[in-house]
Structures are given as C-alpha cells and as structure tokens.
Design a protein around this ligand. Structure first.
Ligand code: ADP
Ligand code: MG
Length: 224
C-alpha cells in the first residue's frame, strides 16, 4: 500500500538540515506499525510526507501504486481527503466549533451537505462513546475526550490509512491505554495504521516497530 524508495528531505530555512537521508520502507494494507526514534530524528517529517502534507526532494513515494510526486495542491488535497486520516498529539481541534462540527469537518471539504455530515458526525461520536458531548466545545472536554473527537474526525471519511503523530503524547497513562485500545480496534477493521510514538509500551502493542535514526530506517522489529 505504501512504498518509499530512497526518500530524501532537507529543510532549507537557515542552514540546510538533511533530515531524511534515503528512507526505504514498505507498509502493507491492514498493518499496524509504530515508528520510534529520538526527538528530532525525522519522525514527523516522515509522517507528513506519507500524509502528503509535505513534499520530499529525492526518491519515490508510491501510495497504492500511484507516484506521489509533484502533485498540484488540489490533487494532493484530494488524495489526502479520500485516503488519509490524521491524529495529532495536540488534537488540532477547532476551538470555536463543537465536537460534532469538528468531526464533520472532513465531509465539509468533500462537499457533503451540512445536515448529512452532522448526522454522520454524531454517529461517529456515538461509536466513540461521546454522543452526549456532541455540542460541547473542545475547551469543555478532557484530553482523552478531545483525542476521541479527533479519532472520530479521522475516521468519518472512511480513509484507508490513519497516520497518528504521538497520539498519546499529551495523555496520562490510563487514557493512553484507552486511546491505544481504540486505535487497535480500528485497525482490526482492516484499516492501515501508522503510529509515531516514543513510548516503548505503545510501540510493543503494534505489529511492527520501525526504528528511525540519523535520517535512516535503522531496524524493523516484527512483533506479530
Ligand atoms: P521528530 O518528529 O522525530 O521529533 P521532526 O521530523 O519534527 O522530528 O524534525 C526533524 C528535524 O527537522 C528537527 O531537527 C527539526 O528541528 C527540523 N525541522 C522540522 N520541521 C522543520 C521545518 N519546517 N523547517 C526547518 N526545520 C525543521
Ligand atoms: Mg515529531
């Protein structure tokens, strides 16, 4: 489903920083993989490239056999919308919109009418145990609740891949496990899931740990 050949990425603001130095990686449909590595090792950079949120300089990225390179902003947004759901450490919810409106957002970008997208959003909130919270603002919710809203938002457009960048990084250990259990459950439905984490016990709940260091894939631990 995902194939990276010799991906290179350098940031050029200030002195050039060569972050990814030839990354090769394959991820199959339905896999639950984690990416581990020291802070600054390029995990988010890699995830942003996978999510078509950022470009790369050299190499090739194939997503379902489509070469993701030199896409127009419009094409990139189309692929992103159709294929990929994102979950972030800091939730990235819109503060002045309630839980339902936040969850419905990806459908807004797909042109789904308001009434239909709101009904679906409440359904997804219900699946995540948050139906009663549909009309609450993010500021009225706990970290774990906010992350469940973000998971519902990631799922609502029925993407093929979920990319999660330290999804439990801002949560206590009990909530961390609750969120991890939800992600595992979603993966059980066949959805490919890539989780960046620096917590070893999170990584050890995935099928495969991909270690990144010095801009390269160091080793891959297969756990299942
Ligand atoms: P990680 O997620 O593993 O902590 P990142 O991918 O965020 O690492 O960052 C890798 C390196 O690239 C870091 O040194 C970071 O400071 C730098 N970096 C990340 N994003 C940018 C950017 N937009 N511009 C310049 N440097 C960046
Ligand atoms: Mg990061």
């Amino acid at each position: 489903m995902i194939k990276l050949n010799n991906i290179n990425k350098t940031y050029f603001n200030g002195s050039p920083l060569h972050v990814l130095k030839g990354v090769n990686l394959e991820i199959e449909k339905g896999e639950l993989v984690s990416i581990m590595g020291a802070s600054g090792s390029g995990k988010s950079t890699l995830l942003n490239i996978l999510g078509i949120l950022d470009t790369y300089d050299d190499g090739e990225y194939f997503l379902n056999d489509v070469l993701i390179k030199n896409l127009s902003e419009k094409r990139a947004a189309e692929y992103r919308n159709k294929m990929i759901g994102f979950i972030f450490q800091s939730f990235n919810l819109i503060n002045f919109k309630d839980a339902m409106e936040n969850v419905a957002m990806p459908l807004y970008y797909q042109g789904v009418p308001r009434k239909k997208r709101n009904i679906l959003a409440v359904e997804y909130l219900d699946k995540l145990g948050l139906k009663e919270w549909a009309h609450h603002l993010p500021s009225e919710m706990s970290g774990g609740q906010k992350q469940r809203v973000a998971i519902a938002r990631a799922l609502i457009a029925n993407p093929q891949i979920i990319l999660a960048d330290e999804p439990t990084g801002a949560l206590d250990s009990k909530t961390t496990q609750e969120v991890m259990d939800i992600l595992k459950e979603v993966n059980q439905t066949g959805m490919t899931m890539i989780v960046v984490t620096h917590e070893s016990d999170i990584a050890h709940q995935t099928d495969k740990i991909i270690h990144i260091s010095d801009g390269l894939i160091g080793s891959i631990e297969t756990l299942k």
